[in-house]
Design a protein around this ligand. Structure first.
Ligand code: CP
Length: 309
């Protein structure tokens, strides 16, 4: 039997069975399941990068689980005086916080912290640099499961700015592990070679669209592009070359769905009306995000014996 998980940091540390259990628990929360804390429990959400969905849906998940939130804003905290992430987390632990949810620009921010024997509270990764976005991956997997009821034999196409996408990495890794055939599209110079271990680079969106059950478009992260790419990026040309358009949508298989982690650059990676179209699962993804995150947090609390039976 695998060790009970104390943190949710990297999707690769969770077995297929544990992932299926999280999906089942997320679905149960969606259908009204409730849990009760044994004692008052306090959490802090620290976002060192901007966020709307992840931050607000973690907050919603925590509130629905009866967790009390300690407000902390990195831009007005002692991080600005040079305090390290490790010391900030130890400070929160010292005042009684039992869980921190952290989004941080440093890839693998959590690696030294999970080895630190002085850190006992639960840590949740809300996105690390170019690394992973494991809670987004869980909500994406839950959305795909809602739609198809299984993973094996499906094909997913992930198209866009792959080099800056932590979502593409953790989604690709888990989808591949669950038996989904993963194809990647977008400019060749935005394709990270390590993605070869969990998918196949095709490049052309026109070759990908007719093959897939899931077309997942990625935001062009203009704030992370190299100086050269930012200066030469032409949104209209990108839309023509790699955008998901009404014309391309006609070539999808029957029953195929459109996903995007959002925020969406409407008219760049997706033609705007398709965002609310019948094939789009973009807002259902956000809805599932609350329940996926409730499942993550409730599992960590259960593993720490903090829930009533
Ligand atoms: N999908 C996602 O991570 O969105 P936010 O950056 O708004 O949290």
């Amino acid at each position: 039997m695998s060790e009970l998980k104390k943190h949710f940091l990297n999707i690769n540390k969770w077995s297929n069975r544990e992932i299926h259990n999280l999906i089942t628990l997320g679905e149960a929360f969606k259908h009204g399941k409730q849990v009760q804390l044994k004692h008052p429990f306090y959490a802090a959400n620290m976002f060192f990068e901007n966020s709307t969905r992840t931050h607000s849906s973690f907050q919603m998940a925590e509130k629905r689980l009866g967790i009390k939130l300690i407000g902390i804003n990195p831009s007005t905290s002692s991080v600005k005086k040079g305090e390290s992430l490790s010391d900030t987390i130890k400070t929160l632990q010292a005042i009684g916080v039992g869980m921190v949810v952290v989004r941080h620009p440093k890839t693998g921010w959590y690696e030294p912290l999970e080895k630190d024997s002085n850190i006992h509270l639960a840590m949740v990764n809300a996105g690390d640099g170019h690394g992973q976005h494991p809670s987004q991956t869980l909500l994406d997997i839950m959305t795909i499961h809602d739609e198809f009821g299984h993973f094996k034999g499906l094909t997913a196409g992930i198209v866009g700015d792959l080099s800056h996408s932590r979502v593409a990495r953790s989604d690709g890794q888990l989808l591949n592990r669950l038996g989904v055939h993963v194809l990647f599209g977008g400019p060749r110079n935005w394709y990270p070679k390590d993605f070869d271990t969990f998918g196949t680079y095709v490049g052309s969106i026109d070759k990908i669209v007719p093959k897939v059950n899931i077309i997942m478009m990625l935001r062009v992260q203009r704030e992370r592009l190299s100086k050269h790419d930012a200066a030469t990026f032409d949104p209209k040309q990108y839309h023509k070359d790699y955008g998901f358009t009404e014309k391309r949508a006609k070539h999808l298989k029957k029953g195929a769905i459109l996903m995007h982690p959002a925020p969406v650059n409407r008219g760049v990676e997706i033609s705007s009306p398709l965002v609310e179209s019948s094939i789009s699962r973009i807002f259902p993804q956000m809805h599932n995000g609350v329940f996926a995150r409730m499942a993550i947090i409730a599992t960590l609390l259960k593993n720490r014996n903090l829930l009533l039976d």
